[in-house]
Write a protein that binds this ligand. Structure first.
Ligand code: SF4
Length: 455
């Protein structure tokens, strides 16, 4: 029997290779520990999770461990825990993963009380204290951070594991080793860890300012390029290699692009970038020469007033300029945030005009409903922004995952502005129908239907 079991995310699709699982398997291999994989990917559809999971914040299930303990319905989505080994590592990518992993850990411990269960991954990093407390009932260890070798050693190297208390271990620095991508099947989409953190850190919708760590970390550009090449050598038909860092300095981006270019510029990859003022033709050309095919820019808005409320730190002209430059060399997709509070009708008219102007330069647009997350400026000072939090009646998002999603249900005080946003959305849809994947419209249409019914 293998000493360890690695359990993957349930929500990630079969077309994706989870970098977190690759790092974990590499660290286990390097530590000389045998393991087996329990691949649960595609067991859940993230955009259509089971209705039992969608729990209103006023429900007794909200942040309540009993919802996991007595959630027998979850067993239909989970394997029976047999031959599970001594250590069980859960790699959580999305909030629903956390809930199902907790339930599986609970099931495992019922039949094998000595098993050491450990949870980590992207979905854990942004959880708040209260949420971690809920989770700690179900695991021996909660790991927060990216330095997997350190985190693993802290678990395996412990003299004794407490049965009654959960240990939370945090280590944010980047992993110190090169991951071995041959350990897992390589699918169409593979992520490469290129760093984390944000040197701006002030957007009002983002929880970055309240995170316990705010260091910007860039992984060695050379190591990133080696990963990109290794993946391509293992799977030359790969469709999508995505770099994780979305907050580059000019120096680090140039280094990364140059390092990847050294492998011949034939490996398709893509990245996320702020609409920086230092985006130039030269950078665009170098990106394309290195193999970069697509750049995603989180523009969020194309109107000064909306950008000011979002505290994006960038103006419309700068964003448009970066899009225009990059679009000469790579496909540019932008993200937009809809339903921003505290703005005027005039802003929505201006924004639509600006989108129309920039449309010929865009490959895709991803319009999304504003989510209010714990720790963001919106969440810390809702009345300043004209919003109400934890709205049981007619909230913009329904709370879900028993409170383990870090979104907060909210509503806009100004009902008239809500109507104007729906009007904007219909105009946007007419304008950009070919630039937006249908799922984005559907999410807004569901919200609109709900609001019409409530009136
Ligand atoms: S949303 Fe803003 S603050 Fe948050 S990581 Fe991105 S650029 Fe930084």
């Amino acid at each position: 029997m293998a000493k360890c079991t690695v359990i993957t995310s349930l929500c990630s699709g079969k077309d994706m290779t989870q970098a977190g699982a690759v790092y974990l398997c590499t660290a286990l291999t390097n530590a000389g520990l045998s393991y087996r994989m329990l691949d649960l990917s595609s067991s859940l559809d993230y955009s259509n999770t089971p209705k039992e999971l969608n729990t209103k914040c006023t429900s007794p299930n909200w942040l309540n461990p009993n919802s996991i303990k007595y959630g027998d319905w979850m067993n239909d989505y989970l394997p029976k825990p047999t031959n599970i080994g001594e250590y069980i590592f859960f790699s959580s990518l999305y909030s629903p993963d956390v809930v199902f992993h907790a339930r599986l850990s609970y099931n495992i411990k019922k039949s094998n009380p000595n098993a050491i269960t450990v949870i980590g991954g992207c979905a854990i990093v942004s959880l708040q204290k209260e949420q971690l407390k809920l989770l700690s009932e179900f695991f021996n260890y909660i790991l927060i951070g990216h330095d997997i070798k350190y985190l693993l050693n802290a678990v395996i190297g412990a003299n004794q594991h407490s049965k009654s208390n959960c240990t939370i271990i945090k280590k944010i620095t980047p992993p110190s080793f090169q991951p071995d991508y041959s350990l897992l099947p390589l699918n169409d989409l593979v992520t490469v860890y290129s760093g984390h953190g944000c040197y701006y850190g002030k957007c009002s919708f983002c929880d970055y300012p309240s995170r316990s760590y705010q260091k910007v970390v860039f992984r060695s550009a050379n190591k990133v390029a080696i990963d990109v090449n290794n993946i391509f050598q293992l799977q030359p038909k790969i469709k999508d290699i995505v770099l994780t860092q979305d907050s580059y300095s000019k120096k680090y981006l140039n280094e990364t692009v140059n390092e990847i270019a050294r492998f011949g510029g034939k490996i398709p990859y893509n990245l996320m970038l702020r609409a920086e003022t230092w985006v130039t033709d030269e950078l665009g050309e170098n990106l394309a020469k290195s193999g970069c095919t697509d750049v995603f820019i989180g523009a969020e808005a194309l109107d000064e007033e909306i950008l000011a409320i979002l505290n994006k730190g960038l103006g419309v002209e700068k964003i448009k300029n970066a899009i225009k430059i990059l679009s000469k060399f790579v496909k540019v997709t932008i993200g937009l945030i809809l339903f921003v509070p505290g703005i005027s009708e005039k802003s929505l008219i201006t924004q639509l005009k600006n989108i129309e102007m920039i449309l010929p330069y865009l490959y895709h647009i991803e319009p999304e409903i504003l989510t209010i997350v714990n720790g963001s400026a919106f969440a810390l000072n809702p009345s300043k922004f004209g919003i109400k939090l934890y709205e049981a009646k007619n909230p913009i998002n329904n709370s879900w995952c028993f409170g383990l999603s870090h979104d907060i249900p909210w509503s806009m005080r100004d009902a008239n502005l809500m109507r104007q946003w729906f009007y904007f959305f219909r105009n946007l849809k007419e304008l950009c129908i070919n630039h937006v994947k249908p799922g984005y419209w559907q999410a807004i249409e569901v919200l609109e239907k709900k609001y019409k019914l409530a009136r």
